[in-house]
Design a protein around this ligand. Structure first.
Ligand code: SF4
Length: 79
């Protein structure tokens, strides 16, 4: 999340705090946000265009109050 002088912006959107996201980093250091819900529900795509601003599948991941987002980190890098 960045502050551009006028408003807070988030290049990822809802996926950042969703219980279904899997954050994947490839060997070149690029980070991808994979939707694990796409594995079982055809309404969702594996790598949604970001930022995701509205999503029928969004479920906020459980977090301790004030904690940084801690998405699922397992899995393999695409390509
Ligand atoms: S369910 Fe929606 S918000 Fe959650 S990871 Fe998938 S695309 Fe992102």
């Amino acid at each position: 999340m960045t502050y551009d002088g006028r408003r807070m912006t988030d290049d990822v959107g809802l996926c950042r705090t969703c219980r279904w996201v899997q954050v994947v980093t490839n060997r070149r250091g690029s980070t991808f946000f994979r939707c694990r819900l796409a594995d079982t529900d055809a309404r969702f795509v594996r790598y949604p265009p970001l930022p995701v601003l509205r999503c029928a599948g969004y479920e906020k991941a459980p977090r301790e109050p004030g904690a940084e987002p801690e998405p699922y980190l397992g899995g393999t890098a695409p390509g």
